[in-house]
Design a protein around this ligand. Structure first.
Ligand code: COA
Ligand code: AMP
Length: 630
C-alpha cells in the first residue's frame, strides 16, 4: 500500500488498520478491538488485551531461535570499552534482575526510578520492570538532585535503580551523592535502592537501603513475564512544561508495542537482524523508544553509545561506530551534526571509514536547519530524513515513511503525517487555516496508539495542557504550517519550552530557580538562537531595590543556582542585570520581543507595551553579552 492510501485508511478505519498492525505482537490474550472511545475525549487502545513488553522485546526472539543474535552493543569511547550481549543473554540477565526485584517486593504497578548512564544495564533495568509490569521512570543523568527529588515525590517509587557514576568527557558524574541528596530532599522515600557499581567509581552503599546490583540477584530465582492489560502504564517519563513541575507522560503498554513495531520497518526501513543506532540517551524519549524498546521489539541490534559526537576522541566517532557495527539506519539530533560539522566541515573523517552499510539517516529533537541536512547529505551520500515528534507522542508524528514509499525530501520540513495522526493547523479561535499559513499545530483526536493517554497523577493538567485549548484536538505546543502537499513545517513553540542541544527545557522552570535568589526581585528567561545548540537560555535579572552587591557576583551565583537546582543540562550560562523588564500594560513580560532583539530580527513595537524605552535598555544589556551575534 502506498503512503497516501495507508494514511487515509488509518484515519477512516482506525480499528481495522491498528488491529492488523497488532498481529505483529505476541499477545497473552488478543484484544477484541483496537480503539475504546467510551471515555472520549480520553481514548484507550487495545484495553482488553493482555500482553508483556519484555516478552515481545526479548523472550519471543529467543523462542523463535534468534537467541544468539546480538541484541545490544555497548560502544563506550569514554571508557575505551565495547561489549556485545545476545538476545539470550539479555533475556537471562533481565529475568534474573526482575526476580531479585520481585523478591524485594516490586510488583505490577509499582514505580521504579532508574538513574543510569548509557550502559546496557540501563536497558536491563527498564526491561526488568516491564517484565514484572512495574512502571519505570528513567531520569536523565544531567539533571541535578533537586530534579530527581521532584520526580521521586511525584512517582513515589518503591525502588530506585542507579549506577555509581556516569562519565562526561573529562569528568566523572558522581551519581551516588546526587541520589542520596535527592532521597534526603524528597518527602517520599523508596523502600530500597539497587546500585550498579562501575569500575570507574565504587560508591559507598547506605546500610539497609542500598543493595549491590550483582549481590542482590545471587541465588534468587528468575522471574517470568507478567501479563498486563493493554492500557497498563509501561512507563512514566517526565518532560518539561511551562513550570518547574515536570509533566509525567504516561506510556500505555499495548499501543506502545504496536506502534513501535510498525515504525521500524515502515519509517526506519530495517528488518530483523539489521543494526539500528539512535545516538541519544536513555533519559529522553528517543532513548526509550529507539535505543531500548523499538529495535528490540522488532528484533534488531541496538547500540548503546556512551560518548559524544565530538571529542570522544574526535569528530569521526559517529562514522567509526557506523562502519564498525554495520549500522543500517542512524538517528541523531541536528545539534550533534552541527557539532561534527564545526570540527570537520570538509568531512576529513568521513573519508576514513567504509560507510557502505549506512542506508538512511534520521534527525529529530529540534528543527533541522537546511544547511545541516545538506552538509550531511553531501558527506554521507544517503537520504537524510527530518522527522518530528515529542515525548508525548513516543514515536514520529510526521516523517518520511522510507519503508513504505520514500517521498521527496523538502528541506525544512519533517514531511508528512504518520498513521493515525490527523494533523491540522489552527488559528487562535481553533479554525483551520489554509495551506502555507502559520498557526498552532493540533492533532484531531483520537491520537494513535502509543501516545500519552494522560499525565501521571494529573488528569486535570493533561486536559488543561493538551485538550482544552482546541476541543476535539490535541494541542502539540508547536506552531508552524502545512503546505498543499501535506508537508508540515515546525517553526516554534507556543509555550515557554525551549530546545537546547535537542534537550527540551522549561524557561519557566529556570525563572522559578532565579526568583529564589535572595537579591532577585523579578526575572525572565528567554531562548536565544545559537549556531551549535539551536537555542540557549538567557536570563534577565531585576534586583531588589537597595541591593548594594556587585552585579557580576549575583550573575555568577544565579548561574550556579540553575546548575545546582536543574542540572548542567540546562546549559544556563548567560544572564544580565537590568533595571526593568519590558511588559504590556496588563503586566505580561514581552519575552517574544526580547528574543527578536537578541536574535537581531525585525520586530513590531507591541501596541500594548507599557514603556517602549525599556526595549532600548534591553538592547544595551544584550549588546553587553554580544547579542545579536553577527
Ligand atoms: N550526565 C551529566 N551531565 C551531562 C550529561 C549527562 N548524561 N549530558 C550532558 N551533560 C552536561 C555536559 O557535560 C555539559 O556540562 P558543562 O556545562 O560542564 O559543559 C552540560 O550538561 C550541557 O550539555 P550539552 O548541552 O549536551 O552540551 P555539550 O557541550 O556537552 O555537548 C553536543 C554538545 C551538541 C555535542 C551534545 O549536546 C549532543 O550530542 N547533543 C545531541 C543531543 C541528543 O542526542 N538529544 C536527544 C534528542 S534526539
Ligand atoms: P521532546 O519532547 O523532548 O522530544 O521535544 C519535543 C519538541 O521538540 C517538539 O514539540 C518540537 O518543538 C521539537 N522538535 C522535535 N522534533 C522536531 C523536528 N523534527 N523539527 C522541529 N522541531 C522538533
Amino acid at each position: 500500500m502506498r503512503y497516501a492510501d495507508l494514511h487515509q485508511r488509518s484515519i477512516s478505519d482506525p480499528n481495522g488498520f491498528w488491529m492488523e498492525q497488532a498481529q505483529a505482537i505476541d499477545w497473552v490474550r488478543p484484544p477484541s478491538k483496537a480503539l475504546f472511545d467510551d471515555d472520549a475525549p480520553l481514548y484507550h487502545w487495545f484495553r482488553d488485551g493482555l500482553v508483556n513488553t519484555c516478552w515481545n522485546a526479548l523472550d519471543r526472539h529467543v523462542e523463535a531461535g534468534r537467541g544468539d543474535q546480538v541484541a545490544v552493543i555497548h560502544d563506550s569511547p569514554v571508557t575505551h570499552s565495547k561489549r556485545e550481549l545476545t538476545y539470550s543473554e539479555m533475556r537471562d540477565r533481565v529475568a534474573s534482575l526482575a526476580g531479585a526485584l520481585r523478591a524485594k517486593g516490586v510488583q505490577k504497578g509499582d514505580r521504579v526510578i532508574i538513574y543510569m548512564p548509557m550502559i546496557p544495564e540501563a536497558l536491563e533495568a527498564m526491561l526488568a520492570c516491564a517484565r514484572l509490569g512495574a512502571i519505570h521512570s528513567v531520569v536523565f543523568g544531567g539533571f541535578a538532585a533537586n530534579e530527581l527529588a521532584v520526580r521521586i515525590n511525584d512517582a513515589q517509587p518503591k525502588c530506585i535503580i542507579a549506577a555509581s557514576c556516569g562519565l562526561e568527557p573529562g569528568r566523572v558524574i558522581h551519581y551516588k551523592p546526587l541520589l542520596d541528596g535527592a532521597i534526603e530532599q524528597a518527602s517520599h522515600k523508596p523502600d530500597f535502592c539497587v546500585i550498579f557499581q562501575r569500575e570507574q567509581e565504587v560508591a559507598k552503599l547506605t546500610d539497609d537501603r542500598d543493595f549491590d546490583w550483582h549481590a542482590f540477584q545471587y541465588g534468587i530465582p528468575a522471574a517470568e513475564c507478567v501479563p498486563v492489560e493493554g492500557d497498563h502504564p509501561a512507563y512514566v517519563l517526565y518532560t518539561s512544561g511551562t513550570t518547574g513541575q515536570p509533566k509525567g507522560v504516561v506510556r500505555p503498554t499495548a499501543g506502545h508495542l504496536v506502534a513501535l513495531q510498525w515504525t521500524m520497518k515502515n519509517i526506519y526501513d530495517v528488518d530483523p537482524g539489521d543494526v539500528f543506532w539512535a545516538a541519544s540517551d536513555v533519559g529522553w524519549v528517543v532513548g526509550h523508544s529507539y535505543i531500548c524498546y523499538a529495535p528490540l521489539i522488532a528484533g534488531n541490534t541496538t547500540i548503546v553509545f556512551e560518548g559524544k559526537p565530538v571529542g570522544t576522541p574526535d569528530a569521526g566517532t559517529f562514522w567509526r561506530v557506523i562502519s564498525e557495527h554495520k549500522v543500517k539506519s542512524f538517528f541523531t539530533a541536528p545539534t550533534a551534526f552541527r557539532a561534527v560539522k564545526r570540527e570537520d566541515p570538509k568531512g576529513k573523517f568521513v573519508g576514513k571509514y567504509d560507510l557502505s552499510c549506512l542506508k538512511t539517516v534520521y534527525l529529530a529533537g529540534e528543527r533541522a536547519d537546511p544547511d545541516t541536512i545538506e552538509w550531511a547529505q553531501d558527506q554521507l551520500k544517503v537520504p537524510v530524513i527530518d522527522h518530528w515528534w515529542q515525548t508525548e507522542s513516543g514515536w514520529p508524528i510526521a516523517a518520511n515513511p522510507m519503508g513504505v514509499e520514500p517521498l521527496p525530501v523538502k528541506l525544512g520540513s519533517p514531511a508528512v503525517a504518520m498513521p493515525g495522526y490527523d494533523i491540522h493547523v489552527l488559528d487562535e479561535a481553533g479554525n483551520p487555516v489554509g495551506a502555507d499559513t502559520l498557526g498552532a499545530i493540533a492533532i484531531k483526536l483520537p491520537l494513535p496508539p502509543g501516545t500519552l493517554p494522560t499525565l501521571w497523577n494529573a488528569q486535570d493538567r493533561f486536559r488543561k495542557s493538551y485538550l482544552d485549548q482546541f476541543p476535539g484536538y490535541y494541542a502539540t505546543g508547536d506552531a508552524g504550517y502545512m503546505d498543499a502537499d501535506g508537508y508540515v513545517y515546525i517553526m516554534a513553540r507556543t509555550d515557554d519550552v525551549i530546545n537546547v542541544a535537542g534537550h527540551r527545557l522549561s524557561t519557566g522552570g529556570m525563572e522559578e530557580v532565579l526568583a529564589s535568589h535572595p537579591d532577585v526581585a523579578e526575572c525572565a528567561v528567554i531562548g536565544v538562537a545559537d549556531a551549535l545548540k539551536g537555542q540557549l537560555p538567557l536570563g534577565f535579572l531585576c534586583l531588589n531595590s537597595g541591593t548594594t552587591r556587585d552585579n557580576a557576583e549575583i550573575v555568577t551565583e544565579c548561574i550556579r543556582l540553575v546548575r545546582d537546582r536543574i542540572g548542567p543540562v540546562a546549559a544556563f550560562k548567560l544572564a544580565v542585570v537590568v533595571d526593568r523588564l519590558p511588559k504590556t500594560r496588563s503586566g505580561k513580560i514581552l519575552r517574544g520581543t526580547m528574543v527578536s532583539i537578541a536574535d537581531g530580527k525585525d520586530y513590531k513595537m507591541p501596541a500594548t507595551i507599557d514603556d517602549p524605552a525599556i526595549l532600548t535598555e534591553i538592547s544595551h544589556a544584550l549588546a553587553g553579552l554580544g547579542f545579536p551575534k553577527a
